[in-house]
Design a protein around this ligand. Structure first.
Ligand code: G4P
Length: 533
């Protein structure tokens, strides 16, 4: 077995790859921007914000996101800080997010959840959170906008625990909020980091920390706030969970930090703690057992996202992959497990702040995009290892909106099938057929309704096919796990629909949860699943 090169090992050890999740407007972009500022990747705050309208927003169908002022696609940013090499996977924050958002979380080793202190846990956060818990990855919470009136601290923590079902452990504790925001109390150091907005937009500015037992505190914080803090700490120490790195690593306890991204308060403190508490690239499951980046010397990666037409003139497709082990070199030849042959990975690129750049080398933990001649699918494994293993597939997430789709001009059937199949292969939509008929009727399922608009736009602009879409009332889809199911004999409710996916797997569409329960009652032994594997 080839030896693991120390240089590669050290490169991987410095990697921290995480996703940022939040409800729109909670401050994810602002926080990301401040992280980049500390890493020296950008010079002025504000460079990330304009990304949807800046020159690198290359594809035309991204016009849709420009028009609506949202981000549909996820991006990856890399920067260095304090000896670490950090990869941030940005997930679209709009409620019309797509399956891509879920898949992005499959490529991360941990997640940072940004919460608006005046709002608590919101719908979007809840959905994304489910995927994090499914993977048992560490989750860190940054409660933002403390410079504005906030909810009660206990209420906020309670909200996270109740809504998301995870224990919390505040690393620091806010003293007041809004106009009365005095700063945060560091529970381990027993000191107060005094609020100042002098760092707004820059890394320079005043950071003042004063020990809580220092007499000067009496001058800095009003009596009533000091007393309140003491009382709150007593309560928290008595009833709250203690910090436990083991539980954090297993995703069962979320360390919580308070701050204000806009004024750059508490951001660096958060970054420093977070980098220590999170881990370097983790082992991943494959068909030949667990692959540990600290032991596997060869390059391996899996595809988690495919993006077409980044540049319309070239009709190109980029496959984004997460490197899990070893070193990547531009132009290297790797074995594509699912394709069963060797391929050369060309035009590797990485996102640096808002710039796309061509890279020569990358390591386990990094995310790269390579040119895809149309051979890759979501979940595919690439490796130079002689062991030839395949990473565990990425689950298909259940769509929640369905529509029957057909082409307006019947002469364009061929282009229609080609276009819709390619878009489905990229994972932007899922397509299903009636169980007993052929390709006549196509049912499209999406996670967010915005994907319907993207589909229509892309079919018209890239494949020159106009389509008609009739929405269907189904909201739930279930894969049938039983291997030997006789679909003809399966009896459900009258509004249930039997369909199959591209791989001919049988599925059921339901209008409501009651129908699912009835169908299960009527068919003994029927095993239904929310994720397609
Ligand atoms: P998102 O990516 O999660 O959607 O949120 P984003 O960072 O774009 O922030 C949403 C709004 O909240 C922005 O204001 C931003 O300036 C503001 N914001 C972010 N962090 C803080 C904070 O710590 N305190 C306060 N008071 N506001 C914060 P906007 O008016 O929508 O945009 P802009 O015109 O200020 O850029």
């Amino acid at each position: 077995m080839p030896q693991m090169n120390n240089e590669i090992k050290n490169e991987i050890k410095k990697r921290r790859t995480f996703a940022i999740i939040s409800h729109p407007d909670a401050g994810k972009t602002t926080l990301t921007e401040k992280f980049l500022l500390y890493g020296g990747a950008i010079n002025t705050a504000g460079s990330v914000k304009g990304k949807a309208t800046s020159k690198h927003a290359v594809s035309d169908w991204m016009e849709i996101e420009k028009e609506r002022g949202i981000s549909v696609t996820s991006s990856v940013l890399q920067f260095n800080y304090d000896g670490y090499c950090i990869n941030i996977l940005d997930t679209p924050g709009h409620q019309d997010f797509s399956e891509d958002t879920y898949r992005t979380l499959m490529a991360a080793d941990s997640a940072v959840m940004v919460i608006d202190a005046s709002k608590g846990v919101e719908a979007q956060t809840r959905k994304l959170f489910k995927v994090c818990t499914m993977r048992h990855i560490p989750i860190f919470t940054f409660i933002n906008k403390m410079d504005r009136e906030a909810m009660d601290t206990f209420e906020l923590l309670d909200d996270i625990e109740q809504e998301l079902g995870i224990a919390t452990c505040p690393v620091n504790w806010p003293i007041g909020s809004g106009k009365n925001f005095k700063g945060v109390y560091d529970r381990a150091e027993k000191e107060v980091e005094l609020f100042s907005d002098t760092k707004k937009g820059t890394t320079q500015g005043e950071v003042r920390k004063v020990k809580f037992n220092d007499p000067e505190i009496a001058w800095l914080i009003e009596d009533s706030q000091r007393v309140q803090l003491e009382e709150e700490m007593e309560l928290q120490d008595g009833a709250g969970a203690e910090f436990d790195q083991e539980l954090v690593s297993r995703g069962e306890l979320s360390p919580v930090f308070f701050g204000s991204a806009l004024t750059n308060f508490g951001v660096e403190t958060f970054l420093q703690h977070f980098l220590k508490m999170t881990s370097s690239p983790l082992p991943r499951n494959a068909d030949k057992g667990e692959i540990d980046p600290m032991e596997e010397p060869d390059f391996s990666a899996f595809v988690f996202k495919i993006q077409a037409n980044m540049n319309k003139a070239h009709r190109d497709r980029i496959a984004f992959m997460r490197i899990c082990s070893g070193e990547f070199e531009a132009g290297m030849e790797v074995y594509h497990m699912q394709g069963g042959r060797k391929v050369r990975l060309s035009q590797p690129q990485q996102m640096m702040a808002s710039e796309r750049k061509i890279i020569d080398k990358a390591y386990g933990g990094d995310i790269i995009g390579v040119f895809d001649p149309g051979i890759f699918s979501i979940g595919d494994t690439l490796t130079t290892s002689a062991k030839r293993f395949a990473y565990e597939g990425i689950p298909t997430f259940a769509p929640e909106h369905f529509a029957r789709v057909r082409q307006v001009d019947t002469m364009k059937r061929k282009q229609f099938i080609k276009g819709i199949s390619q878009i489905a292969q990229e994972g932007a939509i899922q397509i299903f057929q009636e169980y007993n008929t052929g390709m006549e009727e196509i049912i499209v399922g999406v996670v967010g309704v915005l994907q319907f608009d993207v589909l229509k736009y892309r079919l018209e602009n890239e494949y020159n096919v106009e389509i008609r879409m009739d929405s269907l009332p189904y909201e739930y889809i279930r894969w049938i796990e039983n291997e030997d199911i006789d679909m003809a004999k399966l009896t459900g409710t009258s509004d249930m629909k039997k369909v199959k996916d591209l791989r001919d797997r049988p599925l059921l569409l339901f209008v409501n949860e009651w129908s699912i329960r009835m169908t299960q009652e009527r068919n003994e032994g029927l095993v239904l699943s929310e994720f397609g594997r």
